[in-house]
Ligand binder design. Structure first.
Ligand code: PLP
Length: 357
């Protein structure tokens, strides 16, 4: 019988901490497409299968919805009337949307001026209370942890264990879609919750023999915000990829465990490399992700070229968020391809076409 898709908690409820009585707060998140890249592997000149898991197609445009459906469902189940998070943008958008859906309040702490325009607009529309701080994400995170001891609010950052429970379903979807786990899983690392959640999901499936293998986990950071490469938290993270502009990752130990248990690695990439990968995905594959997301492909491309990821490999790159969220960076990326303005007549249009074929 046909069943209307109602989100990842319903789909994977036997692997998630809900009961038959739990009121599920969902926007039908998850079930995002796996798109096999066709042109970029050819350009690399290597025999590899690269799939992108396009998490930008979640209801608020990022993978944060996976964690938020679970965190808000549990907050409501526990009787909470308000949630709070620190955010570089996407967590605040997701928290605000799921709070709206649940009928509770959302408070979000964001770094002043360092949040992409689309993320700010969404969060305002979902009617969260936005608190801008003169400080960065890491400072916001510390304040959120403090204030939760002094006010009746539930933290929905990824230190909330239900966030990772929801996010692990992305690994389930990948295995259910491919019929196996990939050889390599590449993703951007900021606060490091997502790499930890994927690893948890793959381990669960392998333990239950849903898949026979587990991927090697490759965590890629922005060069200006790369504490996993430094080996310690860093003070003033800076990158164009604002979603991963984080110096003190909260899932530090879990992410190291994922790297070590899987035999994987961390690496870092310049803003320029990240933006090149973002543009390549758009212009050669038709997939528009936000800058932070493209860090996964920047890493995969480098490691495929060098042979660290060998030919014959099956690779999944998570594209964490939608490019539409950050129109300002996109416009800067396309300064050389401004629209041509012409008279509104047939000859002028004809010329514009022939000049640009
Ligand atoms: C949150 C986020 C990340 C980083 O994920 P972590 O779990 O914090 O490592 C990467 N890209 C985008 C678009 C994000 O919103």
């Amino acid at each position: 019988m046909h069943k209307h898709y109602t989100g990842l908690i319903e789909r994977y409820r036997n692997r998630l901490p809900v009961s038959a009585n739990t009121r599920i707060i969902s926007l039908n998140e998850g079930n995002t497409p796996m798109i096999q890249l066709q042109n970029i592997p050819k350009m690399l000149g290597k025999e590899v299968d690269i799939y992108v898991k396009f998490e930008g197609l979640n209801p608020t445009g990022s993978f944060k919805d996976r964690g938020m459906t679970m965190a808000v469902t549990k907050a409501v189940e526990e009787g909470s009337q308000a949630i709070i998070c620190a955010s570089t943008g996407n967590t605040s958008a997701a928290a605000a949307a799921y709070a709206a859906r649940a009928g509770i309040k959302a408070f979000v702490l964001i770094p002043d001026g360092k949040i992409a325009l689309g993320k700010l607009a969404q969060t305002l529309m979902y009617n969260a209370t936005i608190i801008q701080i003169n400080g960065n994400f890491d400072q916001g995170m510390e304040l959120v942890k403090e204030v939760a001891n002094h006010a009746p609010v539930t933290i929905v950052n990824s230190i909330n264990p239900f966030r990772l429970e929801g996010q692990k379903t992305a690994a389930f979807e990948i295995v259910d879609d491919l019929g196996f786990a990939p050889d390599y899983h590449c993703l951007p690392v900021g606060n490091a919750g997502n790499i930890s959640a994927y690893w948890k999901g793959y381990k669960e499936y392998a333990l239950d023999r849903v898949c026979g293998n587990r991927p090697i986990m490759c965590g890629y950071q922005a060069a200006g915000a790369a504490p996993f490469l430094a080996g310690h938290p860093i003070e003033n993270p800076e990158t164009v990829a604002t979603a991963i502009r984080i110096g003190n990752p909260q899932s530090w130990a879990l992410a190291w465990a994922a790297q070590q248990e899987s035999g994987g690695w961390f690496d870092k990439f310049s803003d320029e490399d990240i933006l090149v990968a973002q543009k390549m995905l758009s212009q050669y594959e038709g997939v528009f992700c936000e800058p932070a997301s493209a860090t996964s492909l920047a890493g995969a491309m480098q490691d495929i070229k060098s042979g660290k990821i060998p030919e014959g490999s099956k690779i999944v790159c998570t594209l964490t968020g939608n490019g539409i969220k950050d129109p300002e960076i996109a416009m800067q990326q396309c300064l050389d391809s401004k629209p041509v303005t012409i008279d509104a007549d047939l000859d002028a249009v004809k010329r514009a076409i022939l000049d640009n074929l």
